[in-house]
Design a protein around this ligand. Structure first.
Ligand code: KG4
Ligand code: ZN
Length: 333
């Protein structure tokens, strides 16, 4: 039996999870409401909150999984990418735990882990498959050849998809993080109400910074005619923004599927919680004969279950790191 403790602390969620023989037994996530007051994640405050949350979060994960600390065979932690000060808390905790209990230490790449969240529940994708990883910091189309053999086929040249949601939400004076709110309001609006241009980027790369500017100019122009424009059209603006982000993402995904001939298509990362992306991907998949893989909501945004499952697959290969390991703010898939 292999009992893995997973730790995630790369951004603003402190999370701990227990995985037994590839099955997730607990996944505790402590969010950090403080950042909403500042309109974005404040790195120093994130580090401090991780420091306060990590012990109770791990205790809760162990309690819920009904295991004993002595039963844990290895500890897996997010090494990067992420905020360095935030990563240091999880890394230091994992190192201390491994040292105290004399168990191996496993480093996990956060972006790989988002993809490996697909190996938590059935149906699990067969290799190779394509994964559109969309989060607050990344937008990538990844060719997944094996658990830890991945190739980035395309990525954003500027803002990430989650950033596009959060920054446009800020323009509309919505609180941080704006993605989930735009999603909620979009469901009440008309996606054809406003048109935003599709960026002309060759190949499989993305660009989202133009969209943000187009929305800003549109709102400014409309507000000159009607000071209440945003109040009166909030749902339609949200639906139109979301519609465009989704179409940018799916057009590139379609291109990647055509180029590689792969029909197993997955999405991962925080933005894969978006209802518009999920439903449009399902429709597109039906039309094009794809097998579509969409994670459960709790495994879309940052969580330690994905770290624990990635850790489990490394544990099977005895892929361990020593106590000298340090976190990395930047880390490639
Ligand atoms: O993967 P994640 O939790 O953290 C990073 O590693 O970045 O992703 C967070 C991002 C944020 O930009 C948030 O606004 C976005 O995911 N997000 C959403 C939704 N839920 C989270 N964006 C659109 N619709 C959602 N339902
Ligand atoms: Zn993430």
């Amino acid at each position: 039996m292999a009992v893995i403790l997973g730790i995630e602390s790369s951004c603003d969620e402190t999370s701990a999870s227990i995985c037994i023989d590839g099955e997730i037994k607990s996944n505790i996530i402590a969010g950090q409401a403080i950042h909403a007051n500042y309109g974005g994640v404040v790195p120093e405050l994130a580090s401090r909150a991780h420091q306060q949350n990590i012990i109770p979060t791990v205790d809760q994960a162990i309690l819920e999984a009904k295991v004993n600390k002595n039963d844990i065979d290895a500890v897996a932690f997010t090494r990067g990418p992420g905020l360095l000060g935030a990563l240091l808390v999880g890394t230091s905790f994992a190192k201390g735990f491994a040292l105290a209990r004399n168990v191996p230490l496993i480093e996990v790449n956060h972006m790989q882990a988002h993809i490996l969240a697909h190996f938590i529940d059935e149906p699990k994708p067969a290799f190779p498959f394509l994964c559109l990883t969309v989060s607050g910091g990344h937008t990538q189309i990844v060719l997944v050849k094996d658990y830890f053999e991945m190739e980035v086929l395309g990525q954003t040249l500027d803002d990430a998809a989650g950033e596009a949601f959060d920054k446009t939400a800020k323009i509309m004076n919505l609180p941080y993080p704006g993605g989930p709110l735009i999603d909620k309001y979009a469901q009440l609006g008309n996606a054809d109400a406003f048109q935003f241009p599709e960026p002309q980027i060759r190949g499989l790369d993305f660009s989202f910074s133009g969209l943000k500017t187009a929305i800003l100019y549109m709102i400014q122009a409309e507000e000159k005619k009607d000071a209440q424009f945003l109040e009166n059209n909030l749902y339609d603006v949200c639906a139109s923004v979301q519609g465009r982000v989704v179409s940018i993402l799916l057009n590139k995904l379609k291109q990647a599927a055509k180029q590689t001939g792969i029909k197993r298509i997955a999405i991962a990362g925080g933005v894969s919680a978006n209802s518009g992306l999920r439903s449009t991907l399902n429709e597109l998949g039906d039309k094009l004969g794809w097998t579509v893989f969409i994670p459960k909501f709790e495994y879309c945004t940052d969580n330690a279950a994905m770290i624990a499952i990635a850790g489990y697959h490394k544990f099977l290969k005895a892929d361990f790191v020593d106590q000298g390991v340090a976190p990395l703010a930047r880390m490639h898939v």
